[in-house]
Design a binder for this molecule. Structure first.
Ligand SMILES: Nc1ncnc2c1ncn2[C@@H]1O[C@H](COP(=O)(O)OP(=O)(O)OP(=O)(O)O)[C@@H](O)[C@H]1O
Length: 352
């Protein structure tokens, strides 16, 4: 069942067109990440869903109830939406218990049952209940903000870059705990983020926005492996884009003959290959000349778990980037042979 249906929504601020013809379906009890660069309209979309502003055109429906559209505007307090902002959303003069239960009827506030349930849900100990926001870490504060948003059992939870103020170490753990709590609460959630890793790792559906338009909405692996266009490809991860020619399920390019996804249009194309698909076979002496494509190793950036390796294709080909395991990094200057694993996505050259 669709919990949230957005149809042809537009919104302008004076001459600035923030949203243009946005369509998005969010299935019930699922997690959608709206991903896009700064200024693409993500927050505006979230604010329209919450009811903090009205669209200029189009409709928004929660289940079978239209909440915004021509002649219809349900105010935010009647939309049953939970909202988790970036930071600083907690009341500083109230302890955690009072913050979480703020929106609940008095009886539920008094019983403490729902409070205990919510603390468990966001994986916070009971001892945290009497602390004040300034006595919590940033990650704990965001968990409390989520517990407060979930307390009245909203139909939809909206999260506006809720992890962006956290440092890297806290970010991952908090994001995972929040996603888990949303699933455990059977909530329907929409998260706004400009962080591709966050979107790909947390969401069931990634909705990619660019310049006020929604350019692709699909499962994370589909957006990554079959992006709608080269710009989406580059935005959702590192991408090697090479010109090539598609013929009979294979493309010829600077990396040799590379398999392409079924249905690829024949002829001139831009090929998308992910850095982790480029495999360094071995030093050029150890591999028969017929195998792989020759390259010279340039800069190696070591990240511990893995490394990125810049490779200049020989004799005069373009530079490509490979992602290799941290235990198998070649040395700069070494000559190697390369192969491509898996399939490349092909975009017709005259299509863009
Ligand atoms: N209240 C407003 N008045 C005027 N212009 C606005 C207003 N709100 C947003 N905009 C403009 O609309 C466009 C989309 O803004 P929005 O905040 O939705 O983008 P965003 O993708 O959320 O960006 P960020 O990631 O930086 O928050 C931007 O050009 C912004 O300057």
């Amino acid at each position: 069942m669709t919990a949230l249906a957005i149809r042809q929504v537009t919104k302008s601020f004076g001459p600035v067109s923030a949203l243009t013809g946005v369509d998005l379906d969010v299935p019930a009890q699922s997690f959608t990440a709206v991903l896009g660069p700064s200024g693409c309209g993500k927050t505006t979309l979230l604010r329209l869903i919450a009811g903090f502003a009205a669209p200029d055109g189009g409709t928004i429906a929660f289940g079978d109830q239209q909440v915004a559209g021509p002649g219809v505007f349900v105010p935010p307090q009647r939309r049953q939406v939970g909202y988790v902002p970036q930071e600083g959303a907690l009341f500083p003069h109230l302890d955690v218990a009072a913050n979480i239960t703020f929106g609940l009827p008095r009886a539920a506030r008094r019983s403490g049952e729902r409070l205990a349930e919510l603390l468990d849900l966001v994986e916070l100990g009971r001892d945290v209940a009497t602390r004040y926001p300034h006595e919590l870490s940033g990650g704990q504060q965001q968990r409390v903000a989520l517990a407060r948003a979930l307390a009245p059992k909203p139909s939809i939870v909206l999260l506006d870059e809720p992890f962006s103020s956290l440092d890297a170490a806290l970010r991952l753990g908090t994001a995972r705990a929040v996603a888990q709590a949303l699933r455990a609460a059977n909530a329907t959630a929409v998260l706004v983020t400009h962080d591709q890793d966050e979107a790909l790792s947390l969401a069931d559906q990634v909705a990619v926005m660019r310049s006020g338009r929604l350019v692709q909405a699909a499962a994370p692996d589909v957006v990554y492996a079959s992006p709608a266009d080269p710009a989406v490809a580059a935005f959702v991860g590192a991408a090697v884009l090479l010109p090539g020619t598609v013929r009979g399920g294979t493309a010829d390019c600077a990396l040799g003959a590379v398999a392409v996804a079924p249905g690829a249009v024949e002829g001139a194309a831009h090929l998308l290959i992910r850095p982790e698909q480029i495999r360094i076979l071995a030093g050029s002496d150890a591999v028969p000349a017929a195998e792989g494509v020759l390259a010279r190793v340039g800069e190696v950036a070591y990240f511990g778990h893995d490394a990125t390796v810049r490779l200049q294709l020989e004799p005069s080909g373009p530079e490509v980037v490979a992602r290799v395991m941290g235990t198998r990094t070649p040395a700069a200057g070494e000559r190697v042979r390369l192969a491509v694993d898996g399939v490349a996505a092909a975009f017709p050259a005259n299509g863009h």
